[in-house]
Write a protein that binds this ligand. Structure first.
Ligand SMILES: [Zn+2]
Length: 427
């Protein structure tokens, strides 16, 4: 059944036992929210989940141990930044991205598309790909579907994203249509590149021949316990739906991307200036077009109110720089609205940033001390508020999951949304 003269039998791999990488345990009867577990090569992610952003391989100001203490299960790293510095060869020579980051839990890498279109000076864009000038030194860099996919595979991420074209807001219809068409075409090429990139790592089997890995990505599959094992796990490959706030384009893009088949689906091109209402309208329209049994990821979102509304619309994953960026700017999220820790009002306050918060900052420091650190330019100020804000976000996600399990999510989320929407307006 297994080996003949050292040759691995193809049959073993052709009849794998499929194990779904995404299991939904609770679906709310009053809205589209769901509670699930996403399984990756570096462990499970409880959903709905929030991913802190580790742009260049580090979540700014936070050690991995501190990050774990906030409740983070998975982090996001930016392919664009890692490609420019230190370069994927250096990451490989340092033992891969998990080793570089000293992070043994799941990592999702974006494809670089968003940064190419938002940070760099584009020098060429066509069907083939893009050429841009690095925002660091102006060096010309070429990126396309194949390169972006291979870079992410080489980085060793657990979830990798298709290369897409992210448009600004507002944008002319013709440009949006073109971007959607390219996103679909590039998704096809990303999937092919993904499958090819593992061709030589699966001993004795070529994916394209057997169809054993035809589903595109890394659903966990195991051969017979006694037989040779395929690689422990492949990264999951997520497709991205673009289309701005245009319902027809979103539908077209979703249909085409879903037809290609991916391990998960992301909504890109939102939170770029369209505002909460337009964004949530688009999410409500698009999420039901995606397979119910695959995770849905809303990229670059958002405020607590955005997250609550998107969870109600059926989103499972989020990432955003707000908790860390705001933390570095002396802005703390609290249940009672934002606090600006530079304000004189806090000069002699002996209160913690948020009463009842279990984070390191709230357990050990007063508002007055943190204000002092910010006023003196002490690094500890930004560090403590980054920890607090990340803990605040993870507490929100944990509460969302708990209420989904209890079956009282809809009523709770309605109250929480009103509160956070009021708080967000004070930002
Ligand atoms: Zn705290």
């Amino acid at each position: 059944m297994s080996r003949k003269s050292g040759i691995v039998s193809h049959k073993l791999y052709m009849e794998p036992v499929p194990v779904s990488h995404f299991e939904i345990s609770h679906a709310d009867p009053h809205c589209a929210a769901r509670r699930g577990v996403l399984t990756t090569a570096h462990g499970p992610v409880q959903t709905p989940a929030f991913m802190p952003v580790g742009t260049a391989g580090a979540v700014k100001g936070i050690t991995p141990d501190q990050l774990k203490a906030t409740g983070a299960q998975i982090v996001l790293a930016n392919t664009y930044h890692l490609l420019l510095r230190p370069g994927v060869e250096v990451v490989e020579s340092l033992g891969g991205l998990h080793r570089l980051m000293a992070w043994d839990q799941p990592i999702l890498t974006d494809s670089g598309g968003y940064q190419v279109f938002s940070l760099s000076a584009l020098t060429r864009i066509d069907e083939e790909g893009v050429e841009f000038a690095s925002h660091i030194d102006g060096a010309r860099v070429h990126l396309n579907a194949e390169i972006a996919t291979n870079l992410q595979v080489r980085l060793g991420a657990d979830i990798i994203m298709c290369f897409d074209e992210c448009t600004p807001y507002p944008v002319e219809k013709a440009r949006l249509e073109k971007a959607v068409a390219r996103t679909i075409e590039w998704a096809k090429r990303c999937k092919t590149a993904y499958q090819r990139s593992f061709k030589f790592e699966v001993s004795g089997v070529e994916q394209g021949e057997t169809g054993a890995f035809e589903a595109g990505g890394g659903s966990l599959r195991t051969a017979g316990a006694s037989g040779p094992q395929p690689p422990a796990c492949f990264p999951l490959l997520f497709g991205i739906i673009q289309g701005g706030v245009d319902p027809k384009l979103r539908r077209w893009c979703a249909e085409q991307i879903v037809a290609l088949g991916f391990d998960g689906y992301a909504l890109g091109g939102l939170s770029v200036g369209e505002g909460h209402d337009e964004m949530i309208r688009t999410v409500r329209h698009t999420a039901p077009l995606l397979p119910a049994d695959r995770p849905r990821y809303l990229m670059g979102v958002g405020t607590p109110a955005d997250i609550l509304a998107a969870v109600r619309a059926g989103i499972d994953m989020f990432d955003c720089v707000l908790p860390t960026r705001n933390g570095r700017n002396a802005f703390a999220f609290t249940e009672n609205g934002p606090l600006r820790l530079r304000n004189n009002a806090h000069v002699d306050s002996t209160e913690p940033v948020e009463a009842g918060c279990e984070c390191y900052g709230c357990r050990h420091f007063t508002r007055g001390a943190i204000r002092h650190f910010f006023n003196c330019g002490e690094m500890l100020g930004p560090i403590l508020l980054s920890i607090h804000n990340l803990t605040f976000y993870q507490r929100l996600m944990s509460n969302i999951r708990t209420h989904l399990e209890r079956g009282d999510f809809a009523a709770w989320a309605a109250r929480e949304f009103e509160k956070h929407a009021r708080n967000d307006k004070q930002q």
